[in-house]
Design a protein around this ligand. Structure first.
Ligand SMILES: [Zn+2]
Length: 415
C-alpha cells in the first residue's frame, strides 16, 4: 500500500467541531468517576512478566459493557487477554480505534516506593502507583472519553473502537499485534495512548539491534604473540564505530523524531585471566528513522567493523541482527491528525507536533496500514520508576482530547 493511500483515507473528511456538540460530550466527563476508575485499574497488579491481564480486562469490560458497548475479549493464551469494545455509529464513516495497554512493568525494590505501588492513592492531585501513568492513565482517558461520547447521544457515523491490550511491555505480540493480525480490529485510524503530556506524536523511531562478534585465536596469555586477541579486535571496532558511524547518524535527522542513534549497550569477551580471548562481542542498540531499514543498518555496521580489523591477520568479524522494526510515521494532515489538532485547539491547548522517544504498540497498527498517532496523559519520565504518578488534571485533559478527536472525526456536522 502506498503512502498516499494510507494517509489519504477519508482525506476530505470535515473534522470541524460543533461547539454545541462538544459541550454535550464534555459535560458527560465525570471527574470523580474517572478518578475512581483509574484507581480501580491501578489496584489490579497486572505485572508483566508474567503479564496476566484477566482481572484488569474484566474491570475494563464491565465499565464499557455497562455503557452499551459491544465487547469482545480475546487473547492467544488464557492469561493474556485483550478487549475490543465497539460503539457503532448511525451511518457509514471512518472507524477510529483507541489503544492503550493494561500490563505494567514490575515494581522493582518496594522500599523505594513512598506510597503502596498498587494502592492507587491520591496525594496533591496525583494518582500514585505502578501503571498510574504507563499506561492506565491512557486506558482511563480512552474508556471515559468513549463513554462520554456514548452517553452524550450526539449522532455520529462510522465506529469508535476501544482496544485495551496486554503484552505491550514485552513487545505486544500477544496484545496489539494479536488483535490486529487476527482481524479483531477493523480500523481506518488509530490513536495510541502513551505519556506525551497530551501532545501529538506523529511517529516513533524503529529499532535495529546488532550484535558484532570478533573472532581471534586463543593461546597462553604468557605468549601473546602466539594468539590473536579478540578483545583488542573489538576495541578497534568500537573506536571505528565511534569515529565513523556516530557522526554519520548525527547528520541523519527528522523533523519530529530527532536523529538516528546508536549506542553500545553490552560487551562480553574472555574466558580466564591467563587465556588469550578468541571471541569478543558488543551489542549495538540502534534506533532508526523512516527510510532506514534493519538490513541496511547491519550492512553498514559490518562494513565498518570489517575495515577496522582488516590489517590484523587472524581476526574476523560476524554480525547478527536479533529482530528489529521499522520506524512509524503518520501524516499530520491525515484525517485523524487534523481531528486531533482540532480537538487540541477546542480545549485551548497549543498544538505541538512531536515524536515519541521510545517504542509503542503503534507499530502493530501502522504495519497494518492504519494511520496511527500517539497521544496520552502524563510524563514519560515517571514510567518504569518507583513512585510512578499521574496528575488528575492531565488525565481529564486527555479524556477531553480523545472525546473531541472522536467527535471531530466521526461526528455528524450541524445536528
Ligand atoms: Zn506504555
Amino acid at each position: 500500500m502506498s503512502r498516499e493511500q494510507t494517509t489519504g483515507r477519508f482525506g476530505d473528511r470535515d473534522v470541524s467541531i460543533d461547539p454545541a456538540q462538544a459541550a454535550r460530550v464534555l459535560a458527560q466527563i465525570d471527574r470523580d468517576e474517572l478518578v475512581a476508575f483509574l484507581q480501580a485499574l491501578v489496584r489490579v497488579p497486572s505485572v508483566n512478566p508474567p503479564g496476566d491481564t484477566r482481572e484488569v480486562i474484566r474491570v475494563v469490560e464491565e465499565k464499557l459493557a455497562a455503557a452499551g458497548f459491544a465487547t469482545l475479549v480475546v487473547g492467544p493464551t488464557p492469561e493474556k487477554q485483550n478487549i475490543v469494545a465497539t460503539l457503532q455509529g448511525q451511518g457509514a464513516g471512518p472507524r477510529l480505534a483507541f489503544n492503550a495497554h493494561v500490563d505494567v512493568v514490575p515494581i522493582g525494590e518496594e522500599s523505594a516506593w513512598e506510597h503502596p505501588p498498587f494502592g492507587g492513592e491520591i496525594h496533591d492531585g496525583c494518582v500514585y502507583g505502578r501503571g498510574a501513568g504507563d499506561d492506565k492513565a491512557s486506558v482511563t482517558a480512552q474508556v471515559m472519553a468513549a463513554i462520554a461520547l456514548a452517553r452524550s447521544g450526539v449522532p455520529f457515523d462510522g465506529a469508535l473502537l476501544v482496544t485495551e491490550v496486554a503484552d505491550e511491555e514485552v513487545g505486544g505480540a500477544a496484545g496489539a499485534g494479536y488483535i490486529v493480525q487476527n482481524g479483531h480490529v477493523q480500523a481506518d485510524f488509530a490513536i495510541v495512548g502513551e505519556q506525551t503530556f497530551g501532545q501529538i506524536c506523529v511517529g516513533e523511531r524503529g529499532s535495529a539491534p546488532v550484535k558484532v562478534t570478533v573472532f581471534g585465536k586463543t593461546g597462553h596469555a604468557a605468549t601473546p604473540w602466539k594468539g590473536v586477541n579478540a578483545i583488542e579486535g573489538i576495541a578497534r571496532v568500537i573506536t571505528a564505530l565511534r569515529e565513523e558511524l556516530w557522526p554519520r547518524l548525527a547528520a541523519r535527522t527528522h523533523p519530529f523524531l530527532n536523529q538516528s542513534t546508536a549506542t553500545i549497550s553490552m560487551i562480553e569477551g574472555g574466558v580466564k585471566t591467563n587465556v588469550i580471548p578468541d571471541r569478543a562481542s558488543i551489542h549495538v542498540d540502534r534506533r532508526i528513522l523512516p527510510g532506514e531499514t534493519p538490513e541496511r543498518v547491519v550492512a553498514e555496521i559490518r562494513e565498518i567493523a570489517e575495515r577496522a580489523i582488516a590489517d590484523v591477520p587472524g581476526l574476523r568479524v560476524e554480525t547478527s541482527a536479533p529482530g528489529g522494526r521499522l520506524a512509524i510515521e503518520a501524516d499530520p494532515q491525515s484525517a485523524v491528525g487534523r481531528a486531533l489538532r482540532a480537538a487540541t485547539r477546542q480545549i485551548g491547548k497549543e498544538v505541538v507536533l512531536t515524536g515519541f522517544f521510545a517504542g509503542t504498540d503503534g507499530k502493530h497498527f501502522a504495519s497494518a496500514g492504519i494511520p496511527t498517532l500517539i497521544m496520552g496523559p502524563g510524563d514519560p519520565a515517571t514510567a518504569h520508576t518507583p513512585n510512578e504518578w499521574v496528575g488528575i488534571d492531565e488525565v481529564v485533559e486527555a479524556t477531553q482530547l480523545y472525546a473531541l478527536a472522536a467527535l471531530a472525526l466521526l461526528g455528524r456536522k450541524g445536528r
